[in-house]
Design a binder for this molecule. Structure first.
Ligand SMILES: CC(C)(COP(=O)(O)OP(=O)(O)OC[C@H]1O[C@@H](n2cnc3c(N)ncnc32)[C@H](O)[C@@H]1OP(=O)(O)O)[C@@H](O)C(=O)NCCC(=O)NCCS
Length: 166
């Protein structure tokens, strides 16, 4: 049989639970200067207002490709972190993870979703802007990068639907 030179892999998305914490730490560490530990994730996921999703290649239930973590308080939500393993980037996982968060927040009738992004992080900014985020602020010298400090942009995505819900 002649195989195709490549095949499109699909991914499954699960809601985060405590049992995922070791995988989350493994995904987070290579993506950020300051790594969050398994215990950090366990502490966050024990809070009722923190939620998220993990992506896996279909048929590979032990392999994690990416995740997102968010918090919702009184109608206002924020992305705490998002990371896709470098081997799986640019295949739509980041967008799918963010859309899973947006669907959850829509269901919860949230009013807005905020996030902070390094002004030099072109990939993440492109992803967020395509999802309707706009810049609403800036935090100077917010991130320690290993080569000095860099500014954070504060982005917001509003849910106009929430306003019409009585
Ligand atoms: C940012 C990140 C989560 C994106 O995940 P991803 O799965 O690769 O993103 P997607 O494949 O869903 O990309 C969706 C869109 O985002 C934009 N995008 C993603 N990566 C990009 C890149 N390297 N350069 C330019 N645009 C990019 C594109 O518009 C892309 O759509 P397209 O592929 O149709 O052009 C991933 O790069 C990552 O984990 N980076 C390290 C951690 C990080 O920076 N997290 C964000 C902190 S705020």
């Amino acid at each position: 049989m002649i195989g195709l030179p490549f095949s499109r892999q699909s991914f499954a998305y699960e809601a985060l639970i405590q049992a995922h914490c070791a995988e989350l730490a493994d995904l987070h560490a290579p993506a950020f200067h300051h790594a969050w530990s398994e215990e950090d994730f366990a502490g966050m996921l024990s809070q009722g207002n923190i939620f998220g999703f993990i992506a896996r290649p279909v048929g590979k239930p032990k392999q994690a490709a990416g995740f997102v973590l968010a918090r919702l308080v009184a109608g206002e939500a924020e992305i705490l972190t998002i990371a896709v393993s470098s081997a799986f980037q640019r295949r739509g996982i980041g967008r799918d993870l963010m859309e899973a968060v947006l669907r959850h927040l829509h269901h919860e009738r949230a009013e807005s979703l905020f996030l902070e992004v390094d002004e030099s992080n072109v990939a993440a900014q492109a992803l967020y802007r395509r999802l309707g985020f706009i810049q609403v602020g800036q935090r100077p010298a917010y991130y320690e990068t290993g080569h000095g400090r860099s500014n954070a942009l504060v982005l917001r995505r509003q849910f106009p639907e929430a306003m019409s819900v009585s």
